[in-house]
Ligand binder design. Structure first.
Ligand SMILES: [Zn+2]
Length: 441
């Protein structure tokens, strides 16, 4: 039994911060929360002095991919450098580093992540995380169901499965459901030469098959009309911000009526732009906790022949995505913070803290950002009853901070201790304690 005594608790329910709080933890659960003097501190409890600290629920990254490293060679369908590093070698390296990657999340204050699409081996990552102390809770979608397969991503166990009919769509969902995914993911990309009705039929079939099994569906759709079609077809979660056009009233009403969660992923576009534009600016926490092997690849672009270097990347209208996020937040749509970590330039663990800065630039308050990163993420995990707030009966996942996160979201990276399932971690001790054995997944 442990008692965290004297901190200022921001419990994530939306209430005012509670000064001089006591949190009693028994096993992996929160046994009691209250003010000092109001609830007894059991004599057998180990007291952890939290005075001068702020306590927030464990952070949740609602959109990541374990099959991507964050490095330059991880998306050959975006920039094909397979003659420099074969894709199979990239995947082997990623799988060897999974225990490190899990530890990086915990050190970053991230106690839960949602892997929104990857090879079947990502189910083994979920298993490994369950039996590893220094690992976040992992929810997994398994292979993305797609109407298009980029040949560069060919692998023994690919991240995507292409379907060509509603029947194939249903069959693929059944195959993934056999592995007990937390979610089913659909990659909904408008394809030239294919009618929207054809693609909607495939999406609809996948959603019906998932819902029949009680499994929620997350859809990749970055255009307003694709996102609208996905939600109308029954999608429970939108994996990305809408980036092409401003959202309209009908869309907002649709998301609210259907109780859809909107995941932000603002940082992923910045990551691509910085690495491929050779203007990488790492934040302090990225330098400390980002995977050095991924970071080392960023500079390798400069040494490649000129003809291999991309000219420019302008896929992303930052203004529209920011405007939409602010508008949806104001309208009361549930927002979850997610990074799309693993994509080029988006580093597992610390990227979430850069996402918070971008959400703040979009006009969200620190409190709204914290809620998106805790309650919002718990919704995507499908575990709102257990995660997302610091309340009696919930799982003891929380973070002790050296500075007030409601004064500035940048303080969410001033991590003093991370508590996951009642176990206390010192992120500064991470380097000495990181896994010495690298198990291949
Ligand atoms: Zn993604």
């Amino acid at each position: 039994m442990k008692a965290f005594v004297g901190g200022t608790l921001i419990d994530g329910t939306g209430g005012a911060p509670r000064a001089d709080a006591v949190i009693v933890v028994e096993g992996e659960r929160i046994a009691a929360v209250g003010n000092r003097g109001e609830i007894p501190i059991p004599p057998e409890a180990r007291v952890i002095d939290a005075s001068g600290k702020w306590i927030v629920p464990g952070l949740i990254d609602a959109h990541i991919h374990f099959f991507q490293s964050g490095g330059l060679y991880t998306r050959p369908d975006v920039i094909d450098l397979r003659d420099v590093r074969p894709y199979a070698d990239e995947i082997t390296g990623i799988r060897q580093r999974v225990p490190d990657t899990l530890a990086r999340y915990v050190a970053s204050g991230v106690t839960s992540v949602v892997d929104v699409g990857g090879p079947f081996w990502t189910f083994e990552v979920r298993d490994l995380a369950r039996r590893t102390e220094r690992a976040p809770r992992v929810a997994v979608a398994g292979p993305l169901i797609a109407t298009y397969f980029p040949q560069e991503l060919k692998a023994e166990d690919p991240a995507l499965i292409k379907v060509d009919s509603a029947e194939e769509s249903r069959a693929t969902v059944r195959e993934i459901l056999a592995r007990k995914p937390d979610l089913i993911k659909i990659w909904f990309i408008p394809l030239p030469g294919r009618s929207p009705a054809f693609q909607t039929a495939i999406v609809q079939a996948a959603i019906e098959a998932s819902h029949a099994a009680g499994t929620r569906v997350v859809v990749h759709a970055t255009e307003l009309e694709t996102a609208r079609a996905a939600v109308q077809a029954g999608a429970d979660i939108l994996a990305h911000s809408v980036e092409d056009r401003r959202v309209d009233e009908a869309f907002i009403k649709l998301l609210k009526d259907r109780n859809v969660v909107y995941v932000t992923t603002l940082v992923v576009n910045e990551g691509y732009q910085e690495v491929l534009g050779r203007k990488v600016r790492l934040t302090d926490i990225e330098r400390r906790l980002g995977d050095p092997e991924a970071i080392a690849t960023f500079d390798e672009l400069a040494s490649l022949p000129v003809w291999k270097r991309p000219w420019a990347f302008h896929w992303f209208s930052r203004d529209i995505a920011f405007w939409n996020l602010k508008r949806l937040q104001q309208s009361g749509v549930t927002v979850a913070a997610g990074t799309d970590a693993g994509n080029i330039g988006t580093l597992h663990g610390p990227a979430l803290h850069r996402e918070f800065e971008l959400m703040a630039e979009a006009g969200l308050s620190p409190h709204e950002i914290l809620t998106a990163a805790t309650q919002g993420g718990a919704r995507v995990m499908g575990r709102s009853a257990e995660l997302g707030t610091v309340e009696q009966g919930k799982i003891a996942d929380f973070v002790l901070l050296d500075a007030d996160p409601l004064a500035d979201v940048i303080h969410l990276r001033r991590i003093f201790r991370v508590v996951k399932g009642g176990a206390v971690f010192d992120p500064r001790a991470w380097d000495e304690q990181k896994p010495s054995m690298r198990s291949r997944l």
